[in-house]
Design a protein around this ligand. Sequence first.
Ligand code: COA
Ligand code: MG
Length: 267
Amino acid sequence: MLYVPADKPRAIDKARGLPCDAVVLDLEDAVLPAQKAAARAGAAQALREGGFGKPVLLRLNGLDTPHFQADLEAALLSAPAGIVLPKAEDPAAVRELHLGIPLWVMIETPPGVLRAAELAAVPGVAGLMVGANDLLLSLRARATPGRLPLLSALSAVILAARAAGVLALDAVYNDLQDGAGLEAECIQGRDLGFDGRTLIHPGQIEAANRVYGVSEQEAQAARELLHAWQEAQGQGLGVVQHAGRMVEELHARQARHTLARWEAEQG
Ligand code: COA
Ligand code: MG
């Protein structure tokens, strides 16, 4: 998911042609207070004109800001594919929104992390998103390679999302020049269980798509595992050795899931 400041028409137009899975038009952190009205107008125009070929979501300012009510009205008028709610902390407040539009809840404060499971379980919530910049600030933690200071929060978000059956998206990577660092963080996020990540620049899309996508090699390994599993079933076996590893029914299920994703990605 690519963030685009809603007061940057040139970037919005660029996002139409980019191979990200979704666009988030931002009214919050990337927009100065004096620009909020212009950003709302920019978002409304972008949503009206369309042409993105992918879902376009709108990130509102926080519930307890003076901008929230006008943002919400703008969202209800322009019907984005989803609403991103920053700095979510109170499940009761989120439950009261009743928007009829899928909600993406940002976990980026200590109370939000501690209540992530309740937030994920609110009806209408489609996913959780990590806001690492705000989280680091509020934890008084530092951004380090490997993200040790954030690991417990990242895992809490994934646990909450999985328990509620919703998606979990990893945070943004601030260093636009550091391709290797971005790739390492994509791999870490994927391995932790995230379904994808949020991005801030077009140059970050390729690495995220590659790391979170299914490679031809992974698809082939899944096909081979399924073949071995079918043979085992023919012999009435419930567990078998394949490529030096134990394979049970759950691995076959996982391989089918991998192949389904691969086929979806091939279009
Ligand atoms: N979405 C779409 N296009 C973007 C983009 C984005 N997030 N970020 C940059 N671009 C475009 C620029 O408009 C520029 O297009 P152009 O060549 O047609 O002028 C091109 O990509 C190259 O941009 P570049 O010069 O490398 O970056 P920049 O200095 O213009 O912008 C940022 C850098 C960080 C200000 C910008 O990437 C940005 O605003 N990112 C999103 C920030 C955000 O939404 N934050 C909130 C969530 S944390
Ligand atoms: Mg934030």
